[in-house]
Design a protein. Structure first.
Length: 542
């Protein structure tokens, strides 16, 4: 005779399960009980016996990954992590196997390769392979060996000489196109100078990188719109954040792979097809205009240095890594200037005092605008274009970070926005004050070494100088040509959700052409090969 507990049905009130045999119902009950016991054990272990249990932090976050990941997918991780550091100090345990840091020393321990120190690795669970054309690695996600080979090759494409001599004419020409598009809108009787500046800056940086990576723009500035290929890049930045969170939970990831992976693969294949077309077209083209591929090909001795597929993967990656970030850096600085009329006036005076005509505004000359540059640094602090972390895990042999041994199962976070908004690092952290970077003694105690919006170490942003040159020139040429006012609907523009990049909100401004500027003072910016053209002749049609 069967034992009595196998003849009674434990789930008789639950419709779907009650139709199963009592034995099967008991098996399900047993699995549920086992999971509860295991989960309770895991929570207790994480709290009291885990090697990180001595690190300060909230108990709930130390017990389970759910609080951190739920904060991340809601786009508020930057704020939550800041609050935790204010409360608990320079290092906080933010998940059973995750630490967050904010001090200058932590930047060095996590990012900088020094003899005798095992430098942490990229946390690959937070990335996807979606940028890899035919499986070929690109710089951002490459392992250390491939990374150092590719970085050597790409360094030629990001040298100072290439930047100032080869790329400057393209960038200046496209900024000229931006200015003429905006000028058209100040003269339009319906638009009356009201524009979404965030959008226009994004269109500009996309066209710049399209030209530098593929030898032709996307035509965004001409149409005032994106092409679908670029929309995929936008959306994938957000999707990578969500996928990174899903991967922290193997069961959810498993279900996700079954139901959603095919769709992702289809979109990725479509995206790669277009990349291959563009790069092939560029490689077939004979051109004397400088761009990334021209620099790489000039130094590529053999396929061993950089294969064709790797060039393709890197071309897309550079557009994804460099366009939104640069546009965000520019938009946020303009926003801060518009919110601080005293600072705005000083910047305009500095620009007008330095440049008699617009063509004097060059990559080289804008470096001398001390006040504007302090404003750029301060706005990168308050709105770092990469707002949350540079995901890393300890080295396989273990890494010491602030004296804490971290193996490769421990995730190490330096969340830009949280680091720069913590009062442990900066006095009046929420205040936009460029004098912070110009020797104001109020900020004497600031831990300036904690500000690294471009990262540091061997994986520091390769496009840093290109980005800064663009940000400075775009702002200088905008303010040279227009008086700008922030419209009330964008007063709180800076309050956005943070994913890998920021959620992109429109920034509505009112533009007025500056009075008293002679036509001759405006023109003559390098050879303007980008002008508004007949839409039918655009290289990339929608
Ligand atoms: C204001 C604009 C920009 C900001 C704030 C920015 C910030 C960053 C940050 C924080 C990293 C990560 C460093 C790390 O993981 O430790 C990074 C990496 C990178 N950025 Fe940028 N970036 C900007 C513009 C650009 C531009 C214009 C390009 C290229 C066209 C670019 C290309 C890259 C690449 C390729 C990497 C990976 C470097 C490597 O792993 O060796 N970025 N950037």
């Amino acid at each position: 005779m069967a034992p009595s507990f196998l003849t009674s049905a434990p789930f008789e009130k639950i419709p779907l399960i009650s139709s199963l045999s009592p034995a099967l119902q008991h098996l399900i009950l047993f699995v549920i009980e086992l999971s509860i016991v295991y989960q309770a054990y895991a929570w207790i272990y994480n709290l009291y016996f885990h090697p990180l249990s001595h690190v300060p932090g909230p108990k709930l976050w130390a017990m389970s990954r759910v609080p951190q990941e739920s904060s991340m997918v809601r786009g508020r991780l930057h704020k939550d992590i800041r609050a935790l550091h204010e409360k608990y100090g320079d290092v906080v345990r933010v998940a059973p196997k995750a630490l967050s840091f904010i001090s200058p020393q932590a930047w060095t321990d996590i990012m900088v390769r020094v003899p005798g120190h095992n430098v942490p690795q990229r946390d690959m669970l937070r990335f996807t392979d979606s940028l890899k054309v035919n499986g070929a690695a690109e710089l951002l996600t490459a392992n250390d060996t491939v990374h150092s080979r590719q970085r050597r090759m790409l360094a030629h494409a990001f040298s100072e000489k290439a930047l100032n001599k080869d790329y400057q004419p393209t960038v200046q020409s496209l900024i000229g196109l931006l200015i003429s598009q905006l000028r058209t809108r100040t003269q339009d009787k319906e638009v009356k100078g009201k524009v979404d500046l965030a959008n226009w800056l994004n269109l500009t940086t996309f066209d710049v990188l399209g030209d530098l990576a593929f030898g032709e723009t996307f035509g965004c500035l001409e149409t005032g719109d994106y092409i679908p290929w670029l929309k995929i890049i936008f959306e994938s930045v957000w999707a990578v954040t969500i996928l990174g969170s899903i991967r922290q939970f193997p069961w959810i990831d498993w279900v996700f792979q079954i139901f959603v992976n095919n769709t992702i693969m289809r979109v990725t294949r479509e995206h790669h097809k277009l990349t291959i077309e563009k790069v092939s077209r560029r490689l077939a083209k004979k051109t004397d205009r400088g761009d990334f591929l021209a620099q790489i090909l000039k130094h590529n001795g053999s396929e061993k240095e950089m294969s064709r597929d790797e060039m393709m993967s890197n071309a897309t990656m550079l557009i994804a890594a460099g366009s939104e970030t640069t546009a965000a850096g520019t938009t946020s600085c303009v926003y801060q200037l518009l919110k601080h009329p005293g600072v705005y006036r000083k910047v305009v005076e500095e620009i007008q005092g330095m440049f008699a005509k617009e063509s004097d505004i060059t990559f080289e000359s804008v470096e001398k605008l001390d006040y504007l540059n302090a404003c750029v640094d301060e706005s990168l602090r308050l709105y770092p274009p990469i707002p949350i972390f540079n995901p890393r895990v300890g080295a396989p042999e273990g890494t010491m970070v602030l004296g804490i041994p971290c193996k490769d199962d421990i995730s190490l976070g330096l969340h830009h926005w949280s680091v720069y908004h913590c009062s442990r690092n900066f006095n009046n952290p929420d205040v936009f004050d460029p004098s912070r970077w110009l020797g104001n003694p109020v900020y004497e105690t600031d831990r300036r070494g904690s500000l690294h919006p471009f990262g540091i170490g061997s994986r520091v942003c390769i496009g840093k100088h290109l980005a800064l040159a663009q940000v400075r020139v775009m702002i200088s040429r905008l303010l040279f040509n227009f008086d700008i006012e922030l419209l009330p609907e964008s007063d709180e523009w800076i309050n956005q959700r943070a994913f890998w990049t920021w959620e992109r909100l429109p920034m509505w401004v009112q533009l007025k052409e500056r009075k008293g500027l002679q036509k001759s003072m405006r023109s003559g910016h390098f050879q303007p090969f980008y002008r508004l053209r007949d839409p039918a002749s655009r290289p990339f049609k929608k």
